[in-house]
Structures are given as structure tokens and as C-alpha cells.
Write a protein that binds this ligand. Structure first.
Ligand SMILES: *Cc1c(COP(=O)(O)O)cnc(C)c1O
Length: 438
């Protein structure tokens, strides 16, 4: 049976989107869902199982977004659904401590040993906002250093040279962020150690924290160059700066212990999200005990949440993390499958005379429509985004659901089999041709 959807009927999606635009800004609850970077209208989803999404018109797609990362085990895995179902009968929320919050904290610490204490929140945004507040409280300093094209959620401090949807929409600096906040955010190009050192020197004794995605997913997938993370670690130690790894994407994905395990670098603080909730809204921030003990009520830095540590969310999170913890072989297999996808794509592009850059780390990869190696945002911006848009639509038409923007990573789940890789590669070959009139 052919699994491509050569004649997509998207009537219901189109209707829903028209209606949505009357009631929701831009018709979506998060900008990158709007398909503005690739043309057309977004597809409204109905259900999903394993590797497959089904939209409201009954079209099926192989999913390479996986809810932007959380669904690392594919959609609706029984272990997670069972845990949620078992938790449902005991109320959806208490606003009081529960046993699972302690279990979840212990599990996170075991998987990410640099975390000595951890606080649960409801999103990656909250985790990153809270982490820099704590770093400021701990150091008594105001400024933070971040990197062009890195995304740390939509907290004010981070919407300066931000990646992901902000970058795609051409508004990496958002209106509504005050000059005061902007002044306290120093941005530097990624993968340039000398630039960081210069920024630290120019703001001597004023930098509280340096926050980065240790492997960047939000300008497309960009790997740290050899020695970069170790260099940042050394600079932060020397200058008393809190090093924050934003592992909202990479945590529990690139390895059980995230990028910090993969590269062997220990940050002072880590922010987590996405996979940690198994698809439910969860984030976390944690790190060194002396830093985390600044958080109220242990310390004076205030941070709170009515639904934080929610019993259903922790049920899902514990189930998914426990499974990952108990199945280390799954990372080897994810890596093998993703290498097939990335190598195959690179080869297809090369055969067509397009020497496109395909970056891959573990189960994340990006196809940049440029022949320039991509080590930072400037490199990424050389991509032919019009050709990418045509490619995206051609792939969607063939039942392959990619991230609807050039500057995003693709996420592979354990539900992607060799047979599905073959289907992807066939669609990729046809779509590359179609996008370039070859
Ligand atoms: C997704 C993401 C965030 C924001 O998380 P939300 O749950 O969307 O608020 C922060 N940092 C990184 C690296 C992310 O990929």
C-alpha cells in the first residue's frame, strides 16, 4: 500500500484555520505553527499513533517534529498512557505536595548528575526565566550573555537575537521588551570563544549567567565546535559566571543525561522541558545545591507555580523518563536511524548537484539549503528559504511532516523504522527535484 498522500484534501484544516484567525492571533497558539515561513495553511491534527499523524481530513503523515521533541518514543506510547490513566482517578491537581514530585526529582538527578536540586515548572520558558533570576540572585549581578539564534523561550531577556519562531518571523528582537531588559542581555555569535571572552571583559564583574543551547536546535541544528563548551566552562569558572545549559531540547534526547553527558561538560545549572513531560506541560530547572538553595522558600529568590509538579504531568514524565533510563540501547538505535536519514538526504542533494549542509547530532538533524558549513546564525541565514518552502510543501504532499521553517531541527522518534526511512528518502528525492525544477 502506498503511504504517500498524493491528493491531499485539506478542506477541514483550511476551514478551521479561517475560523481560528477570527478568534486567535494569527490563528495559532504558538507562532511557528502558522506555516508562514513555508506558505499554505497549517494542518490541524486529529490523532497520532507511533510515527503517524492523522489530520482532521483523514490524511496521514510520518512525523519528524514529534511535538518539537517531547514524543521521543513516538505518539501514544502505552507506558506513558497507562501511567496517566492510573493517575487520573486521584484528582487532576491538589496544589499540595505529592509523592511523585519527589520521585521525579530523584529520577532527574540520577539521569543528570550535575543537578543536585531541581524545581519543577510548567514550560521550558518558565524554566529558563527562573534559572536566570536565580543566577542573578546568587551572583548579585544583572547581565546575562546569550547567543545569536539560540532560543530560551519567550521570557523578555531572551527575545534579543532569539532563534526559532522569532527568527523565522523576522522579529528576533520583540517589541514590548524594554530597553532596560535589552541592556542587560549581551548577545554573541555562537561557536566563537574569543567573542565571548571579549564580551565578558567589556562587562567585567557584571555578568551573572551565560546561557546557551549546548547543541543548538533553534537556528536549525548546529553542533558546538571542538573545545567550545570546555572553553565556555573555563571562562565561566574563571569569572564567577553561572553557566546554564538550556537542555530543554537536548535533555534526555542526545543521551540519557543530555548534551552535558555526550560532551562531558558540567554546567552549574540546567534547564529542562519537552521530553521531561512526555507530552504534558512540564519544565524544570536545577543545578548546584548552593545555587538552588537560593530559591524560595529555602532562599530569597521567588519562584512559584499553582500547577507546578502537577500529578498527571509527573505521572507522564516519570513513565517516559523511567523508560529512557532503563533502555540505553534506544539511543544507539535512534542515532543509527537518524544517521541514515541525514546521510541519505545529504547524498540525494549531492546527486542533484545541490551540496546542501546536513547537520546531525544523535536523533536531531537539519537540512540547510546552503552549501556553506553551518556553525552559527550567519551561516544558517545563507539558506535558500524559498526553495526550502517549496521542499517543505512537496514533502507534506507526500505524507512527510517536517518542521515548517528552515531554522528548526527535526526530531526522530523510536517509532521511525528502516522502512519509514526508505519512504522518507524516496519522498526526499522527489521533493528536492520538485523544489528545484530538476
Ligand atoms: C522549546 C524550547 C524552550 C521553551 O520551552 P517552552 O516549553 O516552549 O516554553 C526553551 N529552550 C529551548 C532550547 C527550547 O527548545
Amino acid at each position: 500500500m502506498s503511504t504517500t498522500t498524493s491528493d491531499l484534501n485539506q478542506t477541514t484544516s483550511a476551514e478551521l484555520f479561517r475560523n481560528a484567525q477570527q478568534h486567535i492571533p494569527g490563528g495559532v497558539n504558538s507562532p511557528v505553527r502558522a506555516f508562514r515561513a513555508v506558505g499554505g495553511h497549517p494542518v490541524f491534527m486529529q490523532s497520532a499513533q507511533g510515527a503517524w499523524l492523522t489530520d482532521v481530513d483523514g490524511n496521514r503523515y510520518i512525523d519528524f517534529i514529534n511535538s518539537w521533541g517531547p514524543m521521543i518514543m513516538g505518539h501514544a506510547p502505552a507506558v506513558v498512557l497507562d501511567a496517566v490513566q492510573a493517575a487520573l482517578g486521584n484528582s487532576l491537581s491538589f496544589g499540595a505536595p505529592t509523592r511523585r514530585e519527589v520521585e521525579m526529582a530523584e529520577l532527574i538527578k540520577k539521569m543528570v548528575p550535575s543537578i543536585e536540586k531541581v524545581r519543577l515548572v510548567n514550560s521550558g520558558t518558565e524554566a529558563c526565566m527562573s534559572a536566570i533570576r536565580v543566577a542573578r540572585g546568587y551572583t548579585g549581578r544583572d547581565k546575562i550573555i546569550k547567543f545569536e539564534g539560540c532560543y530560551h523561550g519567550h521570557g523578555d531577556s531572551f527575545l534579543i537575537s532569539a532563534g526559532s519562531g522569532a527568527l523565522t518571523l523576522g522579529t528576533p528582537d520583540s517589541p514590548g521588551v524594554t530597553e532596560g531588559v535589552a541592556r542587560d542581555t549581551i548577545t554573541v555569535a555562537y561557536n566563537d570563544l574569543a567573542a565571548v571572552e571579549a564580551a565578558i571583559q567589556a562587562n567585567d564583574g557584571q555578568v551573572a549567567a551565560l546561557i546557551l543551547e549546548p547543541v543548538v536546535g533553534n537556528m536549525g541544528l548546529v553542533e558546538p565546535v571542538e573545545g567550545y563548551l570546555a572553553g565556555l566552562r573555563e571562562l565561566c569558572t574563571r569569572h564567577g559566571i553561572v553557566l546554564i545549559f538550556d537542555e530543554v531540547m537536548t535533555g534526555f534526547r542526545l543521551a540519557r543525561g543530555g548534551a552535558q553527558e555526550l560532551y562531558g561538560i558540567t554546567p552549574d545549572m540546567t534547564t529542562l522541558g519537552k521530553i521531561i513531560g512526555g507530552g504534558l506541560p512540564v519544565g524544570a530547572y536545577g543545578g548546584r545545591r548552593d545555587i538552588m538553595d537560593c530559591v524560595a522558600p529555602a532562599g530569597k529568590v521567588y519562584q512559584a507555580g499553582t500547577l507546578s509538579g502537577n500529578p498527571i504531568a509527573t505521572a507522564a514524565g516519570i513513565a517516559q523518563l523511567t523508560y529512557l533510563q532503563d533502555h540505553p540501547e534506544l539511543y544507539t538505535e535512534l542515532n543509527r536511524i537518524t544517521t541514515r536519514l541525514a546521510d541519505g538526504t545529504r547524498q540525494i542533494a549531492a546527486e542533484l548537484g545541490l551540496n546542501y549542509t546536513v547537520n546531525q547530532v544523535g536523533s536531531m538533524f537539519s537540512v540547510f539549503f546552503t552549501d556553506r558549513p553551518v556553525h552559527n546564525l550567519d551561516d544558517a541565514k545563507h539558506s535558500d528559504t524559498d526553495a526550502f518552502g517549496r521542499y517543505f510543501r512537496a514533502m507534506l504532499h507526500r505524507g512527510i511532516y517536517l518542521a515548517p521553517a528552515q531554522y528548526e531541527a527535526l526530531f526522530v522518534s523510536t517509532a521511525i523504522t528502516d522502512e519509514l526511512v526508505d519512504q522518507y528518502l524516496q519522498a526526499c528525492r522527489e521533493s528536492m527535484r520538485e523544489a528545484h525544477n530538476l
